[in-house]
Ligand binder design. Sequence first.
Ligand code: ADP
Length: 360
Amino acid sequence: MIFKSILTLFCTFCAKIYKSTSARCYGDIIGTIATLGSHSALNILRGAKDEGFSTVLVAPRGRTFYERFGVADTIRYVDDMPSFLQAASAHLPGDSVVIPHGSFISYLSLSYIEESFSVPVFGNKYLFKWESDREMEHRWLSGAGIPVPRSFEGPSDIDRPVIIKLFGAKGGMGYFLATDEADFRKKSAGVTGSYQIQEYVIGVPMYFHFFQSPLSGELELLSIDRRYESNVDALGRITGADQSQLSITPSYTVVGNFPVVIRESMLETVFDIGERVVRESKALERGGLMGPFCLETICTPDLEIVTFEISARIVAGTNPFMPSSPYTYAKHGKDISCGRRIAMEIKEALATDRLAEVTT
Ligand code: ADP
């Protein structure tokens, strides 16, 4: 009996010692990664678990499919997402880091995220406004000195094929193409609100997913995707004659993503573009880009890469790359997804007391 008690005491003591030291050597749960149930949550949480984090998912009530994947240690179902997020520090474990994605940004105002959201957010939340406002985004990309589509002040300036992008249009809904002013006037009848007239670049879409490490200062290319958009990606399955008879209006609703690799000799240009965008970001907001970001581009037949949009956070186009991508495998020699790369950076930051350098 006495022997059993001594043994129990000894075991408890050893467990305590192990716990206090193992957090630093990654042998135990080292913190909590939290995200919202949508967009790239499977990718983020799987990566977090692979690196030893505890995971919390905040999901709209009724969205129960995440339970089937087992990547969330805790799932909080909520009826009112904005209210929950406004009290996030009370609801989430004290060691939480939130990984923001497209849905996170849509639930809260950008000013609230900047000024009042009190849980550490991975990456630079002050850059979200630069990706959300078309004019600021254009200033960022053109300031980086990379090829961008020409923007036209008004319809009378149109001298080449253009795409008209309605502000606030979800998934490119209502975007249309025009070849000149007369064509624009015909097609824009009934259009209300603001829009941008942008050169329509003929080529193939390629979306580059980068990771800028705040800890090492290095820029990595994680992966590349192209989107599967309904209905434009269906138009090739209908003959031109049928298309005009059916009078189909193209829409660009994203319903999925395909993995892509780029012709290898073009990687020099890809990194050059990425580096320039990172450099410019540092002039916009302190710290500049941190963590994952995406450049949406069109590659022309002359092998020019024209960037028309940026996302300063993880994009859903990284989802096909679980557990790995050709580029992360080439660099790290093991399977690394975007979610896992994020978790690796946070783990390293925790181990070296540099969390403040990877969060805002
Ligand atoms: P959203 O902002 O709603 O995601 P996007 O800006 O990504 O919409 O554009 C929707 C579609 O239009 C995509 O298929 C994209 O490839 C295409 N696109 C956008 N801008 C251009 C452009 N300047 N030239 C050619 N295609 C473009």
